[in-house]
Design a protein around this ligand. Sequence first.
Ligand code: UDP
Ligand code: MN
Length: 635
Amino acid sequence: MSGVRKRNVTKPSSQSVASKISKGSKKSSSFSTPQLIGIVSALVLGILLFCPLEVFDFFLAKNQKIVRVKYEVPEFVPTDFVARNEVEEESFELYKKARIVDNEDVYDSHEKVSWNDFNIRKYINAGRVTNKKDAYKTAAFNQLVSDDIPMDRNIPDTRLGSCPSQEYPSEGLPTTSIIITFHNELRSTLLRTIVSVIRRTPANILKEIVLVDDASSDPNVGMELIKIEKVKLIVNRERQGLIRARIRAAMVATGDTLTFLDSHVEVNRNWIQPLMQRIQQNPKIVVAPIIDVINKDTFKYIGADAFLTGGVSWAMVFRWDWLTQRGTSTMDHTRGLRSPTIAGGLFSISKAWFHELGEYDDQMDIWGGENIEFSFRVWQCGGEMEILPCSRVGHVFRDEHPYDFGKKGSNNVFVKNNNRFVHTWMDEYTDFYYGTRPNAKSIEPGDLSVREHFKEKLQCKGFKWYLENVYPRQYVPERNSVAWGHAKRGEHCLNVFPTKSNKSGVYGQLGAANCNQGLNNPSYQDMDKQQLVLKKFTGLFQQPVQMKDGKYVNKCFGTPDTTPTDGAKVILADCVSNAEVREANSHQRWNYVGTNIKLEDFPHLCLDGSDLGSFRVRTCTGSDSQQILWEMLNI
Ligand code: UDP
Ligand code: MN
């Protein structure tokens, strides 16, 4: 592949091996004096002469001696970035720091056992809780239930259509390194993830399982697992967050492809073959399974809908979009679903392509936004993304993050992560993000030079191209609007109730209904009954209506009479435009003041939603029924 960074996987020199041994011995509790360190180093060096591939390092883990095998981290060759100033220099240093993994931090065991010879009971028992109160403490899902579910339990085969009868080549598919990062994961969910991977992945595809313990409070949770076949462990001495943890794993992994998983999943039957097959056909494709649901309270495995693709709101929040065509029997489930974004937790990619793309943004912290960033980058830089419905992986979804986000709090972390990629990838469309999240402007994204470097190097396309070619169903807001999108009155959304006949030039009545979340709504077809706009300059308050010829035309909200009175209904009608007579449309010109929508020429009259089925104009009172909050402002 052109432009792929050269990766040197030759072994480090014996000098670095020697320095490593003495460093490693320091940690050992049995050899604590400097003198002994020297002796041990010499001894191990002696062993090295006869057995150059294995260097032993002894340490204790939970009263159990694990004999550790030295692991050679493949050499890292940084990208050809040239810093132009100190700030960029610092970014480049961070970039490198995030990608250099010390051999010392990678653990593997010399006494490997198959998963069913591993002492599962002992491993789980070491972390049990006894009462209901503590069941959700560690992971925000039910530990009492999880700990008692077998590691090799059967789960329903949730694949549809002809997926179960698909046959895959038993040889010749790419190998994969499974990457699982975790911070304070439950022993049972982590081990069940690993066991399901080993049991349900053909051995000739499963190169290794790279675990990253992201500074969990109990180091034994990960360390005890290195005895299991194919498992390696990277230990982050300091918490790095999901994004940097995954970068570190990718630097250590040696498979043809990388497969990222969360630490609380169960892979389903023949899950990996469709993913590998697709990457073999197209090395620049990023593929994801359908994410089935493991209930966080009962751990019941439930098949997820097969008619969803990944999308994103203008707030940069991931969402699922329904396919316009849905039908189990009519759909060919063996075909990939082109997906504008991926949920992020579970996917496979060629290792070379992941590195060529610049892995992840190492200045993103803890969790969040990296999946959207990655999606934009993959598409804009010449790749593709698909969900493969024949591949199924169950994931324990939970309502909140059980872990700490640091001093600044989770919201600041999400917003900073988002701001970084919004600036890198969205061009002038950043305005729509800030229009949705005005407060996000106050948080600095930091220096983006290294990310821009990859964008240039890969000659990535702009966001307009992405919207037109990858995500054409995304609503593009109307510029020059004071307010746009969904508008909320309490928890309901402003909604037009159409009239049966349009003959009179009246198309509907304004009211409020349950928010349909736009594209996320199963009944969504073309335009949205909750899609509104309040225009700058003209003050027109509008919604698109489909005309007889199929085209959409903006119609105007206003009172039926040109001189509105308290209590008059608000209807959607033909816009009255007569530039010479200003009063001609004073019943259709509005202002957004504070949180009120007022008639510009009758500022004592506010849009009022006391009656959800029929909004009216009423004397402004400041009551809740007159407070309207918009999705997007001032764009
Ligand atoms: N994770 C991590 N370091 C962190 C936060 C999360 O390694 O600082 C891991 C976490 O244990 C999990 C994965 O990243 O395996 C995704 O996190 P989580 O499950 O909380 O995200 P969600 O599934 O809710 O999107
Ligand atoms: Mn998760």
